[in-house]
Ligand binder design. Structure first.
Ligand code: ZN
Length: 372
């Protein structure tokens, strides 16, 4: 098996990075017209900066107001607009769904794509995949594209205005990266691009985990006061770049499969991807029989930033045996990344690990108190 590592062509991050968007795009040889797929809040925050930086760098641009769902219908609408405008580059600005839509449109039209995330809530911005939903918001499919984004531009001035819960969810998604990457590498399974992992990808995944432990709580405190600090910059990089490169080029395992399982019960719908993934990490550690010291390190971190460590914290305080069975079955469905674990995983094993994770997490909160 060949080793494959993939990444965006360019990653730019910093305070007021949006002011350099045109310049950064021009530096890559991109040319306009540019169609920007922007959520309402991204447009409100960024349109002033776009009106300066894009014409300055020679880009004509137009904004498509994102409909709210990365659905087949929305992708089709943006494609029509892109063709009418004769767009030669697509820019996504906003949360994950706006970026996923921009990426899907660019892939279909064979155009370069730029991601401008306005939150650091997941590791999706750097990846070469989109999650497609129905217009009602139900998961439909994951689409893999040939190429990662040409440019990912992260403006930490914008991230600093975002709700704390979203940054914390991004830490939950990033928390899984190292544990899932290590499992994939140890089992010599294929990464998200169909190749073996590289030492580079694994090292980035490890750095991602270390950055969370070192900077997580301080970065969260900074964001709560809308302050940009070196620690917040490092944490945003961990959530966005390190986690993104780590998961795509090393692979996913039980934690993300358990997340997918949790989505099978509607009670978890109000909870974010990264919140459910964080609980999935605990389940993975138990499934793998990892030592107590690792479990304790993860519990301490999760509780310190307010990530869920119990079922009650993801809406499942009253989980019935039937609900648990549904979660376990969905987690172990054919094709799930849980099968990247180096042993066969049955639904019963997942159900046991979920119950145990909840008990250990509850005990931890009971002993150490809820996050302050
Ligand atoms: Zn994820």
């Amino acid at each position: 098996m060949l080793s494959v590592f993939c990444s965006p062509s360019r990653y730019t991050q910093g305070k007021d990075a949006t002011k350099f968007l045109g310049q950064e795009m021009a530096a890559l040889g991109l040319v306009g017209p540019a169609l920007i797929v922007a959520s309402k809040s991204a447009d409100a925050l960024l349109s002033g900066a776009w009106a300066q930086t894009l014409p300055d760098a020679g880009f004509v641009h137009q904004v498509h107001h994102f409909g709210g769902e990365c659905s087949i219908a929305e992708i089709a609408r943006v494609k029509v607009e892109a063709c009418q405008q004769q767009a030669r580059v697509i820019v996504g600005a906003g949360g994950g769904k706006a970026l996923d839509t921009a990426r899907a449109v660019a892939a279909d039209l064979n155009l370069p794509v730029v991601s401008c995330p306005t939150v650091a809530s997941s590791d999706a911005p750097c990846s070469a995949l989109s999650i497609i939903y129905t217009d009602e918001g139900v998961f439909r499919e994951m689409r893999l594209f040939r190429r990662n984004p040409d440019l990912v531009l992260v403006d930490t001035q914008v991230i600093a205005q975002s709700p704390a819960r979203l940054l914390v969810a991004g830490m939950g998604d990033a928390l899984s990266t190292w544990f899932e990457a290590k499992t994939c590498v140890e089992g010599s399974v294929r990464n998200m691009r169909g190749g073996a992992s590289t030492r580079s990808a694994l090292a980035l995944a490890q750095l991602c985990y270390r950055t969370l432990l070192e900077d997580g709580t301080d970065a969260l405190a900074a964001l709560r006061t809308k302050s940009i600090t070196a620690g917040l910059e490092r944490l945003v990089e961990a959530n966005t770049l390190l986690s993104g490169l780590g998961f795509e080029s090393s692979g996913l395992a039980a934690a993300h499969a358990v997340h997918n399982g949790l989505t099978a019960v509607p009670e978890t719908r109000a909870y974010l991807h990264g919140e459910k993934v964080a609980f999935g990490v605990l389940v993975q550690l138990i499934l793998e029989g990892q030592p107590h010291s690792i479990m304790e390190e993860v519990l301490r971190f999760s509780a310190s930033v307010g990530l869920p460590v119990t079922l009650a914290e993801i809406g499942l305080g009253q989980m019935t045996p039937d609900m648990l069975e549904r979660v376990a079955l969905r987690s172990t469905a054919k094709g799930e990344t849980i099968h990247n674990e180096p042993f066969e995983v049955s639904p019963e094993m997942v159900a046991d690990a979920i119950r145990a994770a909840d008990a250990i997490g509850s005990e931890w909160l009971h002993t150490h108190g809820p996050p302050g």
